[in-house]
Design a protein around this ligand. Structure first.
Ligand code: ADP
Ligand code: MG
Length: 596
């Protein structure tokens, strides 16, 4: 509600601007709006998704040139002639073309890791720029002029003070939809890209798809900006679409606060104004003309990356003590459908002759064991015995060198962890993998990913709210179940390590698993917390969930589990009931050897 009021006030202020400010400032605001549109795309791509692109200016160019060619050419071939009838149709054509180019470039460059991705974006940014300046039908260096104004009905946006409204309507729509998108099932998957890929895949998120999605969305924003730009100027030429503008857009997103949607608007404003100001003053200072502002920008960027990594927006929020409102959990939301668990006693997991070598090191050797539905099995053994390696292979994070793993009746060896998650396996990690800046609720909600289907478009326009309510209600239910309701809206990273482990369990449970894999769940827990955890695991077992756990705390294990598999140096050295294992000579030697 508060948000709607704020937006309304903002719309009123924006609407009043052309009447209040001189035309010079309206023009400046038009440029700021167009840049902000590009920068909003970069917030999603770079700030949130962690993928750096220097090439956005080229997509602006694609949008500008597409509409320029379509709306001015008199000799369009029949199949595309329809798109020349109105700038709006040309926008549609531009978005389609940009989408296709982005899909192609994305599938080629997004696989590149580390520094190669930014280099890749520089490469195609330069290529497209030179293409604009070379192709005859794009007017080569002199470009295309005589573009018609954009019209709606009989109204034509041909003055700066008119197109202003169109530009800022686009900016507001972009800000609101991006905000909505980030605050959704799809958005949680996108936010997991930076630092949570392994975890997200284990929760069933297709992270390569998420990457392509944000890449295409960012490109479409840039295309729309190019369309507005072209019809504002009524002419296009290659110069505004070069690499240095690509760098400037990135600079805007970073200055504003790369992870924050409003940061894009602030950044675009600051950089545009500063640019204007420096272009006026630096030549006077140095006594002759030149592109000095680029050097100053470079230095400023370095300074910001050093001093205020997060950018302006979060600093402003702190200054005015604005706090994010906690998410609303709708208690009455209908429960999500549950998975039908296999009949108690049915074999759910089989590990057959699994061997895993890391170079010369054999981390797992000829491992064999199986598990039944509704059974709790502990995998124990000294440090370095190969337990986590076993876990990673079962859950698809790692692949056995040889051997086979069968889960829920299917051979899963070599499959992606997200496919295995879909079959009903869910896990926690020995070294917690949470998104520390996200709330506990949102972290756990990532676990529900496979139980929802809300895509990009419905999320951006809030058409998936009923489903989102159900997903959040489910996440909240699991948080209550593990006893962390008091921390539901806290940042996950602010909790004690033991509690973070419990969040991981809640997240795994939110996936409604038939097999739960817990790597050292009791580590760092206090006695009472361990008792509560044991109670929870017993309850899950009673429901028919199978639980495989790695644990060092023998008191915890002995009173809880049905069977134990003991590992040493990558091999199974014993298997049996807890009381049998306690008596086993080899186990005592291997396990307690160090203690005696
Ligand atoms: P545990 O969980 O029982 O303590 P791990 O499965 O983590 O043991 O490790 C078993 C052995 O495999 C250790 O010697 C470890 O150093 C090695 N290992 C585990 N993962 C890797 C890896 N990705 N690359 C190389 N060696 C590894
Ligand atoms: Mg381990």
């Amino acid at each position: 509600m508060k948000r709607i009021v704020q937006l309304f006030v903002l719309v009123l202020v924006l609407a009043a601007v052309p009447a209040l400010l001189p035309p010079y400032y309206v023009t400046l605001l038009n440029y700021i709006g167009i840049s902000a549109l590009v920068a909003v795309g970069l917030v999603l791509l770079t700030g949130v998704g962690g993928l750096t692109s220097f090439g956005q200016a080229a997509f602006v160019g694609v949008g500008a040139y597409t509409t320029a060619v379509l709306t001015t050419s008199t000799s369009l071939p029949g199949w595309i002639a329809w798109a020349g009838a109105s700038p709006w149709l040309a926008l549609v054509a531009g978005l389609v073309i940009t989408g296709l180019i982005a899909l192609l470039l994305g599938s080629l460059t997004l696989k590149l890791s580390g520094h190669y991705l930014p280099l890749g974006t520089i490469a195609w940014g330069i290529s497209l720029y030179f293409l604009f300046g070379t192709l005859d039908f794009l007017g080569a260096q002199s470009g295309i002029s005589g573009l018609p104004p954009i019209t709606i009905g009989s109204f034509s946006f041909d003055e700066g003070g008119e197109i202003y409204y169109l530009i800022w309507a686009f900016v507001l729509a972009a800000v609101v939809t991006t905000h909505n998108l980030l605050d959704s099932r799809e958005g949680r998957a996108i936010r997991a890209l930076k630092g949570g890929v392994v975890m997200a895949e284990a929760m069933g998120v297709d992270t390569s798809r998420s990457r392509i999605v944000i890449f295409v969305i960012a490109a479409l924003h840039a295309c729309a900006a190019g369309w507005l730009y072209a019809h504002m100027q009524r002419l296009v030429n290659p110069s505004p679409f070069g690499l240095h503008h690509g760098i400037e857009y990135l600079f805007m997103a970073v200055v504003g606060g790369a992870g924050y949607v409003w940061g894009a608007v602030i950044g675009a404003g600051l950089v545009t104004l500063l640019n204007q100001w420096l272009q006026d003053w630096l030549p006077r200072l140095f006594g002759h003309a030149g592109n000095f502002e680029i050097i100053v920008f470079g230095l400023l960027l370095l300074l910001i990356l050093h001093r205020a990594r997060e950018g302006m927006w979060p600093a402003l929020l702190r200054l005015f003590r604005v706090k994010a409102e906690p998410k609303v959990v709708v208690e009455g939301a209908a429960a999500l459908p549950r998975r039908t668990l296999p009949a108690r006693g049915e074999v759910i997991l089989e590990v057959k002759d699994v061997t895993r070598r890391f170079g010369g090191l054999v981390a797992n050797k000829d491992m064999n064991f199986s598990m039944k539905a509704g059974e709790i099995l502990a995998l124990i053994g000294p440090n370095g015995a190969g337990k986590s390696t076993m876990f990673n292979q079962i859950s698809g994070v790692d692949t056995p060198t040889s051997g086979e793993i069968v889960f829920a009746g299917q051979v899963v060896t070599g499959r992606d962890s997200r496919e295995i998650a879909r079959l009903g396996m869910s896990r926690s990690f020995q070294h917690v993998r949470l998104l520390p800046k996200m709330s506990v609720l949102e972290n756990v909600a990532i676990g529900t990913h496979l139980r929802g289907s809300g895509g990009v478009f419905p999320s951006a326009w809030r058409m998936e709210r009923p489903e989102e309510e159900r997903l959040l209600a489910e996440a909240a239910r699991q948080i209550r179940r593990v006893g962390l309701e008091a921390h539901m809206h806290d940042e996950a990273g602010s909790l004690a390590l033991g509690q973070q482990r419990i969040i991981e369990i809640a997240r795994a449970l939110a996936a409604d698993p038939s097999l739960l894999l817990l790597d050292e769940p009791a580590a760092g827990l206090r006695f009472k917390e361990k008792e509560a955890l044991a109670e929870l695991l017993k309850k899950l077992k009673a429901e028919g969930v199978a639980i495989l756990l790695v644990e060092h705390d023998m008191d915890f294990v002995m009173g809880l589990v049905d069977r134990i598999v003991v590992m040493e140096f990558g091999q199974k050295i014993a298997e049996g009931l807890p009381e049998e294992i306690q008596q086993d000579e080899r186990v005592l030697a291997a396990y307690l050897g160090g203690v005696e």
